[in-house]
Write a protein that binds this ligand. Structure first.
Ligand code: SF4
Length: 223
C-alpha cells in the first residue's frame, strides 16, 4: 500500500482524541531526540493536551551532538507552541551513575540506570511543578525495549504519591511509520547511535566488523 492509500499515513490519519490517566489535560513529556518525539508530539497536540517538553539527557555525548538534538526538539516545540524545559547537562552525575557498566550491551543494565536517572528527574520536575502525569518519547523506537522503559518510568513515578507515568504504546496503529514520515517532512537530524559515548563506541565497532564507514556526527538529516 502506498502512502496515498494508507489510512495510517500522516496525511490521511484521523487522529483519535487521546485520554490521559485520570482525564488529566496537562502533560510533562520527557524527550530525547526529535525523530522519536515528532509523532508523539503531534498526537498529543491533536488531543488538546497541554504539553511541556522536558529535555533532560546528560547521557548524550559529546556536547555538540547534545546541542544538535536539543535544538531539533526546540524547533519542533516552537512549531507546535509547546513549552520547552532545558535541564542541566550534568554529565558527571551520569558517568557516576553508570560506572562499572561501561561494557554492558544496549538494553542491558547501563540502559536501565540511564532511563532511571532521566525519569527520576522528570518525575521530580513533575512533582515540583504541579504536573500529575509524565511520559517519555523513548518507547516509540523499535531499537528500545519498551518494557525496560516502562518499568523505569513507573518506578520513578512511584517516588511521589501524586505522580503517574503514562504508559502508552505509541508504536501501534501506524505510530512507528508516521514517526519516520514526520521526520522526513521536518527534515530532522538523524542520529546514528543511541546517545552515550559507549553506544557510539559499540556502533562504530559493529560498523568496522561489517565493513561500514565510521559514524560522522552532525551531518545526516532525514530527507
Ligand atoms: S545506549 Fe542509550 S539508553 Fe543505553 S546507556 Fe547509552 S544512551 Fe543510555
Amino acid at each position: 500500500m502506498n502512502r496515498i492509500d494508507n489510512p495510517l499515513s500522516v496525511d490521511n490519519y484521523s487522529r483519535p482524541i487521546l485520554e490521559m490517566p485520570g482525564d488529566e489535560k496537562k502533560l510533562l513529556l520527557h524527550s530525547c531526540c526529535a525523530p522519536c518525539a515528532g509523532e508523539i508530539m503531534e498526537a498529543v497536540a491533536s488531543s488538546n493536551i497541554e504539553t511541556t517538553v522536558f529535555f533532560y539527557n546528560p547521557n548524550i555525548h559529546p556536547k555538540e551532538e547534545y546541542e544538535i538534538r536539543k535544538d531539533e526538539n526546540k524547533r519542533f516545540c516552537k512549531k507546535l507552541g509547546f513549552k520547552f524545559i532545558d535541564v542541566d547537562y550534568d554529565t558527571d552525575n551520569w558517568f557516576e551513575r553508570v560506572r562499572g557498566l561501561e561494557n554492558e550491551p544496549e538494553r542491558g543494565t547501563r540502559c536501565t540506570q540511564c532511563f532511571d536517572m532521566r525519569f527520576e528527574r522528570s518525575a521530580l520536575y513533575a512533582y515540583e511543578n504541579n504536573f500529575k502525569i509524565y511520559a517519555t518519547t523513548l518507547g516509540i523506537s523499535r531499537w528500545k525495549d519498551m518494557n525496560q522503559i516502562n518499568t523505569s518510568g513507573i518506578k520513578a513515578a512511584k517516588r511521589y504519591d501524586e505522580i503517574e507515568y503514562w504508559e502508552f504504546n505509541w508504536r501501534k496503529k501506524g505510530g512507528s511509520s508516521r514517526m519516520i514520515e514526520i521526520s522526513k517532512r521536518e527534515k530532522f537530524y538523524q542520529q546514528e547511535y543511541c546517545g552515550c559515548v559507549y553506544s557510539l563506541r559499540d556502533t562504530n565497532r559493529w560498523r568496522k566488523v561489517n565493513n561500514k564507514d565510521r559514524i560522522i556526527r552532525g551531518i545526516k538529516f532525514y530527507n
